[in-house]
Write a protein that binds this ligand. Structure first.
Ligand SMILES: CC(C)(COP(=O)(O)OP(=O)(O)OC[C@H]1O[C@@H](n2cnc3c(N)ncnc32)[C@H](O)[C@@H]1OP(=O)(O)O)[C@@H](O)C(=O)NCCC(=O)NCCS
Length: 333
């Protein structure tokens, strides 16, 4: 028989605070049109995007994360010292080691929490949230800070018509803590590595040499294949997450899908037959696709603008490069 004492965690976990940071520079479609042959009308009708934010040199992955985290911690009503773990999801932090999570943890005054980065593309927030829930219920942390942060403008080829208009920069953070009742449902997540070529970095870092006439690495995608996958397969995953949480579409207050494209969002709403009363996040219009940051940023804006309220039941689903996905039902902070 094992001599190891069982760990003591909380019965359940919930999101108790959210915060976001959007870079100060707002970039309208007109700026994108300087480098690709397109039109404002085409970009708006095909993607729903009108403006996005691009980070300045000072708005680093760490700096944006620190701003978003400060707001999330204040919203949660805890002190930074109470945070037992910091999880940062990003694909656009250019220094591989050490993890940017340790720098962020230190600079927000969190003491000595566990801190690490994860790479799960646009599903990164859901992956981080799922880990946080597990840590709290298992007892290895009481409060976990989950950050989704990207500077995708650094990884955008502004001459690529398929992607130049899509991406934006920003950081979203949530504090996850103990709960007496279920407030984060079962996660439906997975990966489809056979489709890894559909969204990818053009060249690996070790294949890029500044002294050779090669373009700096950028994110490229097969737009139509990704679109079809998102529309057909992700609606099924979203439905599975609702079923796993025992939530009918009528019970739902809010839908926060990954902010990739307005047409994907509209199509999922239709397929899921979401009733009129469900508030749908459409932050992509003014934020663009910020990958791991998109769901917490959209969540923060819905709450800040009064379109959603604390205690609402929300379905969140992220999907992207990998291909990977993660969907769950949460109670809003
Ligand atoms: C990128 C996306 C908006 C492109 O829309 P699309 O309808 O698939 O566009 P296509 O590539 O099929 O091209 C359709 C037409 O528009 C043209 N076109 C392509 N890019 C264009 C641009 N930026 N501006 C103007 N015209 C463009 C094409 O040349 C083509 O013209 P043709 O019909 O005369 O040949 C769309 O595929 C998409 O949103 N995909 C998913 C992207 C996404 O969300 N990725 C992230 C997931 S995490």
């Amino acid at each position: 028989m094992s001599k190891i004492k069982p760990s003591k965690g909380a019965p359940y976990a919930r999101i108790i605070g959210v915060g976001g940071y959007r870079p100060t520079r707002i970039v309208p479609n007109e700026v994108i049109l300087e480098t690709i042959d397109s039109s404002d009308e085409w970009i708006r009708s095909r993607s729903g995007i009108a403006t996005r934010h691009w980070a300045s040199d000072a708005e680093t992955v760490a700096a944006m994360s620190i701003e978003a985290s400060g707001k999330a911690i204040a919203d949660a009503g805890i002190t930074p010292e109470q945070i037992g773990a910091v999880i940062v999801s990003t694909v656009s932090h250019f220094k591989q080691t050490p993890a940017v999570a340790t720098e962020i943890a230190h600079k927000i005054g969190a003491g000595k929490p566990a801190a690490f980065d994860i790479s799960a593309g646009c599903a990164g927030f859901g992956y981080g949230l799922t880990l946080a829930k597990g840590m709290i219920v298992e007892g290895s942390a009481e409060y976990v800070l989950v950050i989704g942060v990207e500077r995708l403008s650094d990884l955008t080829d502004l001459e690529d018509r398929a992607t130049a208009f899509l991406f934006g920069d920003g950081a979203g953070a949530v504090v996850v803590g103990p709960s007496k009742e279920p407030a984060i449902g079962p996660t439906v997540w997975g990966s489809e590595g056979d489709k890894s070529e559909t969204i990818k970095q053009t060249v690996a870092w070790d294949e890029f040499h500044a002294d050779r006439p090669a373009k700096f690495p950028a994110i490229t995608q097969e737009g139509q294949a990704v679109f079809r996958w998102a529309v057909f397969e992700m609606a099924k995953v979203a439905q599975q997450a609702l079923d796993a949480a025992g939530i009918a579409p009528e019970d739902l207050d809010v839908f926060i899908p990954h902010q990739a494209n307005m047409r994907i969002i509209d199509s999922m709403v239709k397929t899921l037959k979401l009733p009129e009363h469900v508030t749908v996040a459409r932050d992509v219009e003014t934020t663009g696709n910020t990958s791991a940051a998109s769901i917490p940023l959209a969540m923060e804006r819905l709450l800040a603008t009064g379109q959603a309220k604390s205690g609402d039941t929300a379905l969140v689903i992220g999907f992207g490069a990998g291909l990977v996905y993660a969907a769950t039902v949460v109670t809003l902070p």
